[in-house]
Design a protein around this ligand. Structure first.
Ligand code: HEC
Ligand code: HEC
Ligand code: HEC
Length: 90
């Protein structure tokens, strides 16, 4: 029993501390946004582009920040979705 609890704790802790979900889904009235986090990590390498204060939750993340950050970079790089329905899918 004790072994089981340790194993479960390790899985839960390991997953939340070290690895973010490969793909995150943000619900929105326009339709949910699927964000391939892992792909962005590998592609951009620098976490600070999005995580000014270090990896983890981003304080104040929401519509305005997301649109500025995500669409801004996609426009600059001329790659990645920039139209509403390319990100927001019902
Ligand atoms: C690059 C991807 C992307 C594009 C393009 C984009 N959005 Fe978003 N949008 C997001 C993300 C990410 C959020 C943040 C969701 C959250 O706060 O969890 C968001 C949030 C929102 C929200 C607030 C959430 C809600 O349900 O009230 C609205 C409204 C919205 N977007 C509308 C639009 C409209 C209209 C356009 C086109 C002009 C657009 N978005 C284009 C990614 C995008
Ligand atoms: C293109 C932007 C972007 C880049 C680059 C990025 N992240 Fe993230 N990351 C996000 C967003 C958006 C969230 C969700 C924030 C929220 O919900 O507050 C997030 C969440 C996380 C979380 C919390 C996951 C959870 O389930 O709560 C961790 C941990 C994380 N990122 C680690 C990293 C690390 C480490 C790197 C660099 C190797 C990185 N991120 C690069 C955008 C990015
Ligand atoms: C600093 C630059 C940068 C930021 C910030 C960024 N992206 Fe991207 N994103 C890219 C690039 C470059 C691509 C194109 C990758 C490709 O075509 O191979 C891309 C592609 C995508 C794709 C398409 C992936 C696919 O496999 O087709 C989605 C969806 C996406 N981004 C969502 C987001 C969301 C949501 C955010 C904000 C939370 C965000 N991105 C922030 C650079 C960025």
């Amino acid at each position: 029993m004790k072994g089981l609890i340790v194993a479960v704790t390790l899985i839960v802790f390991g997953a939340s501390a070290a690895l973010a979900a490969e793909c995150m889904v943000f619900p929105a009235s326009m339709g949910k946004v699927s964000f391939p986090h892992k792909e962005h990590q590998t592609m951009l390498k620098d976490c600070k582009i999005c995580h000014e204060k270090g990896p983890g939750e981003i304080k104040g993340f929401g519509k305005d920040m997301a649109h500025k950050l995500c669409i801004g970079c996609h426009k600059t790089k001329k790659a990645g979705p920039t139209k509403c329905t390319e990100c927001h899918k019902k």
